[in-house]
Ligand binder design. Structure first.
Ligand code: PLP
Length: 295
């Protein structure tokens, strides 16, 4: 993670707002924020509780931007935890003015964001000095700049997908996935290995030989790719807390089944699962026993 953040800093040359929502994409918000605090400017969370429950301000001395909708916190709590709420309507911006709210502008996402024609009212009501958008393309960044550029606001728009686009970097970047990509290794051990006789499992899959791991859909797992003894293999059926792996004749009980890393990337898993790399990472890292290794 530190190498990733250092590389983003070198490439982008602007401050980094590290997105640590959803327990740092399943990697663990506390150890993640401790590991990279000195390399980033601030944090980005979805809810107030995510920042407050681990005392991000107290533990790292870096403030947070909160993306999600208001729950019930009063302005004093935001100030105490140095959580700056994002705002997209004038009423809420005015109510949270003392917490230094940040305007979120809608460039197409159509959720938790302010339409262009309300931008002036929200900026004024919240006395905002910062604005952002959740941009999915450079065209949307340019639209954002057209609405809020040249106003002496701090501006940011780029998540991981736009980091390589110099015109999207503005005054800061807001990566999530790019911080975590390649940082986690997820594995399980074969607890049983058998020659397969006839249809097996719930689904009646057929194979020559199969093994079982103690990880299932309660651990976020899905059918798809894995590695056993360095060779590509497949998770052929997923149960609640165990799954079947199709094996080669040389694989033995006790061998490791790698679900992520060692050449199997978040993007490859995501492509086979037909989802995003963020979801693949979250599913694979969000459950199970975590061990942190200092590089
Ligand atoms: C989740 C999120 C990000 C980070 O997205 P990645 O694609 O994981 O980098 C950035 N900005 C906002 C508003 C988000 O919700």
């Amino acid at each position: 993670m530190r190498r990733n953040v250092e590389s983003i800093a070198r490439t982008c040359c602007v401050p980094i707002i590290a997105v640590v929502k959803a327990d740092a994409y399943g990697l663990g918000i506390e150890p993640v924020t401790q590991a990279i605090a000195d390399l980033v400017e601030s944090w980005c969370v979805f809810s107030f509780a995510e920042a407050a429950s681990v005392e991000l301000w107290g533990k790292t001395a870096k403030p947070s931007l909160m993306l999600g909708p208001p729950v019930k916190e009063d302005v004093g709590e935001y100030i105490a935890q140095r959580v700056r709420p994002s705002v997209w309507d004038a009423q809420r911006a005015a109510a949270l003015r003392a917490a230094r709210p940040i305007l979120c502008v809608d460039t197409g996402m159509q959720r938790f964001a302010c339409p262009a024609d309300h931008v002036d009212a929200v900026l004024k009501a919240g006395n905002c000095d910062e604005a952002f958008t959740h941009a999915t393309s450079i065209e949307r960044v340019e639209q954002f700049l057209g609405w809020v550029g040249n106003r002496d606001l701090k501006l940011h728009a780029a998540g991981s997908s736009l980091l390589d686009e110099p015109r999207a970097r503005l005054d800061a970047v807001r990566p999530g996935l790019a911080i975590y990509r390649g940082a986690a290794r997820v594995c399980a051990r074969l607890i049983e290995v058998r020659d397969t006789h006839g249809p097996a499992g719930y689904s009646g899959f057929s194979a020559t030989r199969h093994g079982v791991i103690a990880a299932g859909y309660s651990n976020g797992l899905r059918t798809g790719p894995c590695l056993v003894n360095g060779q590509p293999a497949r998770i052929v059926e997923v149960g609640m807390q165990s799954s079947f792996v199709e094996l080669d004749v040389k694989d033995r009980a006790g061998d490791e089944v790698v679900l992520l890393s060692d050449g199997l990337t978040e993007s490859q898993v995501a492509a086979e699962w037909k989802t995003s790399p963020q979801e693949a990472l979250m599913r694979l890292c969000g459950a199970g026993i975590r061990t942190y290794v200092e590089a």
